[in-house]
Design a protein around this ligand. Structure first.
Ligand code: DAT
Length: 173
């Protein structure tokens, strides 16, 4: 019996996943699992992608690690990808979306330059993460959320908190 729902927060790097998750952990009893940190802390890597300038995560090891957590429930999983997670993992999926110019400035401030910066902004323009979610989960559990301003972030957090409360009522937990 899960103690709460399992939620996926996904989207292009820089759209505000960590910021939203941090806020949610302060306002709910959900556990935040940042898949990037999980990989880094446990060295779950399988080489380096020179074209994208980032390490390649070992998906099998990540899934093994997540399995028990998901069974327990009450988890917010944060990752800029979603196709390798089994469909059964999540009760709801939120895809954060940010306008190109806003995203460009955020990634620039993060130190991204050149191809890495262009590729990530293009990923958002091409709606890669939205399509990945649509190809991986039932459309009725996928919700896109604007993440351009601090007010957007607060509104999104409020919506998610209300959804969690309703889930708990519906599931008697
Ligand atoms: P991600 O975890 O998706 O890579 P992040 O949470 O680290 O993104 O946010 C990237 C930067 O943008 C960071 O400096 C905080 C800022 N930010 C995030 N969400 C925002 C929002 N809704 N409005 C304004 N700034 C935001």
């Amino acid at each position: 019996m899960k103690t709460g729902p399992n939620i996926l927060i996904t989207g292009t790097p820089g759209v505000g996943k960590s910021t939203l998750c941090q806020h949610l952990t302060e306002h709910t009893h959900m556990d935040w699992v940042c898949v990037g940190d999980l990989a880094r802390d446990n060295n779950f890597f399988d080489g380096y992608d020179h074209e994208r300038e980032c390490p390649i995560i070992d998906e099998e090891k990540i899934l093994d690690e997540l399995e028990d957590m998901i069974e327990e429930g009450n988890k917010i999983i944060d990752y800029h990808g979603c196709e390798f997670f089994p469909e059964r993992f999540f009760d709801i999926v939120f895809v954060l979306r940010t306008d190109n110019t806003v995203l460009y400035d955020r990634l620039y401030a993060r130190g991204y330059r050149g191809k890495k910066l262009e590729d990530n902004v293009e990923c958002e323009i091409m709606e890669i993460l939205k399509d990945e979610a649509l190809n991986s989960y039932q459309p009725n559990i996928i919700h896109q959320l604007n993440s351009n301003t601090h007010t957007d972030m607060e509104n999104n957090a409020q919506k998610i908190c209300m959804w969690i409360q309703q889930w708990k009522k519906d599931n008697n937990v």
